[in-house]
Write a protein that binds this ligand. Sequence first.
Ligand SMILES: *Cc1c(COP(=O)(O)O)cnc(C)c1O
Length: 443
Amino acid sequence: MSSDATPRPALWADVPEDQWNDWRWQLSHRLNSVEDFAKLIRLTEEEIGGLSAPNKFRVDVTPYFASLIDPDDPDCPVRLQVIPRARELEGFESMMVDSLAEDAHSPVPGLVHRYPDRVLMLVTTQCASYCRYCTRSRIVGDYHATFNRRDHDLQIEYIRRTPQIRDVLLSGGDPLTLPQKILEDLLQRLRAIPHVEIIRIGTRVPVFLPQRVTDDLVEMLRKYHPLWMNIHVNHPKEITPELARACAKLADAGIPLGNQSVLLAGVNDHPNTILKLCHELVKLRVRPYYLYQCDLVQGSGHFRTTIAAGLEIMETLRGHTSGYAIPTFAVDLPGGGGKVPVLPNYLIAQSHGRLVFRNFEGYISTYTEPTDYQRPKKTKWVPDLPLAQQQQRGVADLLAGKELAIRPEGWDAIHLHRGSYAPADASPDGAADASTPIWTKFH
Ligand SMILES: *Cc1c(COP(=O)(O)O)cnc(C)c1O
């Protein structure tokens, strides 16, 4: 065994090096039952209950990832992510099956079009190992219901016909578990669409199955630049020589790497854990991208933290460490509102021309604004983007002075009833005025 490798548990001590390093061997020797795991770790009653439950979300763990588990520590953060506990079957308030309403936002199966200029393209339901808190457990893991050639054709056709899409995010399931030929075919077809500017892959393969990041795979991927990749590491224990090598190959091929973590109770909800994780990621040339609040998805109840826990973590990062090591803490809004960043308040007061800020140490200072600044109306360097302007622009339009307010559906009907009650002595002029909604005066 090379010295630069994760120590191998006794269970696999005799596996020849070339087999252990072969991703196909890793996939075909995944652990998924009480018997499998009992050979490796001292299972708790909770874990035996979780593993024995008949209707559980699919379990499968690569031997490599399982080798990172502490066999004697039931609180091991690697273990908690992939071995089910009986509690995972318990419901909680506001629990949902599809908490991000992805299915409702899919014009064709597996293509979620929620933001104006980018889409999420689910290309497979298979992963190298399965995270217990999976936000797509409603579809992920099912052998019989994966996305097929016909689905891919429809997804690509939708992207081709929708010119405002400039960013396509391949996810699933895990795109890097697809046969390489199929993945390359998808990348090739997306690259052939002129308005697709960037392609991104969201994958946990470098973490669960770093052996899959072969020279051959990387040579293929680099043909489709600009290609970006987000990996998913939650805890410093997942940072190994194997992951480091996989990231080095990808980064050397010019693929910018990001990381998305999920804030998980018992796994990474201490500020020091995230700080250490982010430092280790930056050393691997992986930029922390998002830290997600855990979704309201079935199976994740025992992983959920308060949002305050995330804010406290953000407070310990900003200012205390490199900006490159700080992810955006985001809540993906239930019902399909998309990702909303949440951060501690640094702006503590504002008056005309003067703002008061505090820094990470509690130092308080003021910034004086110019009083003669003019907002740019338009720029001659960049053309107007007509499609983007047709989208709902929300608070941006309030700031631009194009709208005075954003009113929930039905709001007008409830509130605009001026004149619907006319006293007997109301003047004719007043009655005429009342029929004009006040808002039309503003537009
Ligand atoms: C997360 C996500 C994206 C990408 O969002 P970014 O903030 O650009 O990373 C796109 N579409 C959907 C549906 C998503 O959930």
